[in-house]
Ligand binder design. Structure first.
Ligand code: EPZ
Length: 419
């Protein structure tokens, strides 16, 4: 186990390089099993979640080489079997459920442990299962497992009651070699969906409209191997944008896609942060007077829920009243109790958080309750007076590569301590 210790008050300076997107590389790794040919993922983020999903694939006999030095993943699914993946691995990471679509597509049957909920919500999978059923699969849930059988998958029209990212990805991967055409309506439009479709199309799939609310998938006979470099991680980039703002610093962020960050850029600009983009590089200047703003998380292209904890930390340091409404997950304000230990003034009322900015946060021992809450507490520690210790840092390592090293590169007084 390790914890991160931050001694607050340093002005950040210099530049930071953003890694590839966790939420892009996880479905892409799952999608590699759709072909017997080798697939190569370049510039892959060396994250805990990547190592876990790689172990899940190994548990169904895929061969995966994760080269940490070169940040390259090579996947060979020739020997893959439709056996049940190790339950404790699947329960360790919900993203493992993304194997369901590819495995049904490839083998016509698959059984795996139901993904648990997590701290931010119950995380149901009903929309995934609705899609598999619409494609002709027989789906059974019971005894903590989900099983699906399909002699043949037939293209269908599927309406998603909610633009679920995972359900859109799972259904897309189940449909790529189904007979005929599949249309997903009210599909998620996140950039990671577009990146997955680009990856699958480079394997020979025929997917049109990914990134819009309606995606068409015309089934093909087979897919070939490919090499793919995932998009930059817009949530990591957004986290470092908030780091500049919360410490009232000016930093450079290398590896941004302006289009993918539009909602974050718009809201931070509204708060008084100065942002300048040239190509895939961004200068973020938080040295001006910042003002309170209201935030409502929405499916893309709305403000991302994965940035909610981080901006709550920033708004705790901005004089005035800010209101955050979390519309995606039912329990994503657990960071508030921890931030209050640092002197933040946050009142939770159902899906809303009312934040009164305070003069100064003070260092304290706090606990990372989930991935983005942990990152947000580190940001608060950077701005707080005194020392902050963030425990349960394994949550943060699921989604950020070497987070303390990246902040050290920006002159933050931060270290990781093994306990
Ligand atoms: C993905 O999770 C991301 N994870 C999450 O990032 C992100 O917060 C989320 O999308 C929303 O953007 C990965 O991509 C690996 P959803 P996912 O299905 O696919 C409801 C992070 O911090 N829903 O879009 O699980 C669900 O309850 C993580 O990087 C159903 O009702 O999210 C929730 O309220 C956290 N039925 C909403 O949709 C379903 O079948 C959003 O869930 C599926 C989802």
């Amino acid at each position: 186990m390790s914890k991160i210790i931050v001694r607050g008050g340093n002005i950040l300076k210099g530049e930071v390089n953003i890694s590839a997107a966790k939420n892009s590389v996880l479905p892409i790794i799952a999608g590699c099993i759709l072909s017997d040919d080798k697939c190569i993922i370049d510039q892959a983020p060396m994250l805990e979640d990547v190592f876990v999903i790689s172990d899940v694939l190994r548990s169904v006999c895929a061969e995966i080489d994760v080269n940490r030095k070169d940040s390259r993943i090579i996947i060979d699914s020739t020997a893959i079997k439709d056996c049940e993946p190790a339950g404790e691995l699947v329960r360790k990471m919900r993203g493992s459920f993304l194997l369901m679509g590819p495995m049904i597509s490839r083998f016509g049957r698959f059984k795996l442990s139901l993904p648990g909920g997590c701290n931010i919500g119950t995380r149901p999978i009903d929309l995934h299962l609705k899609g598999f059923s619409a494609l002709g699969a027989e789906v059974n849930v019971g005894h903590g497992y989900v099983e699906a059988y399909a002699k043949k998958l037939i293209g269908s029209k599927i309406y998603l009651d909610f633009p679920s990212v995972g359900a859109t990805e799972n259904i897309m991967m189940a449909a790529v070699m189904a007979e005929g055409e599949t249309i997903i309506e009210n599909a998620a439009a996140e950039p990671e969906i577009e990146d997955l479709a680009k990856f699958l199309n480079s394997m020979g799939a025929n997917i049109i409209g990914a990134g819009s609310g309606t995606i068409r998938i015309i089934g093909v006979k087979s897919l070939r191997g490919t090499t793919h470099r995932p998009i930059y991680d817009r949530i990591e980039a957004g986290t470092f944008m908030i780091a500049a703002a919360i410490t009232r610093s000016r930093i450079k962020i290398n590896g941004v896609n302006e289009e993918h960050l539009k909602p974050v850029i718009a809201k931070l600009t509204e708060a008084g942060v100065f942002i300048k983009i040239e190509g895939d590089t961004m200068v973020v200047d938080g040295t001006g007077d910042l003002k309170p703003i209201d935030i409502k998380t929405m499916p893309y292209p709305g403000f991302p829920t994965d940035m909610q904890s981080q901006i709550a930390g920033l708004l705790s340091t901005v004089h005035g009243t800010s209101i955050i409404t979390e519309t995606i997950f039912e329990n994503r304000f657990m960071h508030a109790a921890e931030m209050k230990r640092m002197g933040a003034n946050i009142k939770i009322d159902g899906r809303s958080a009312v934040i009164e900015g305070v003069n100064k946060l003070t260092g304290a021992e706090v606990r990372a309750t989930d991935l983005r809450a942990g990152a947000a507490l580190i940001l608060c520690g950077l701005a707080a007076e005194g020392e902050t210790q963030v425990t349960d840092i394994y949550h943060v390592d699921r989604g950020y590569v070497d987070i303390e090293k990246k902040f050290q590169g920006l002159d933050a007084d931060i270290e990781r301590v093994n306990v």
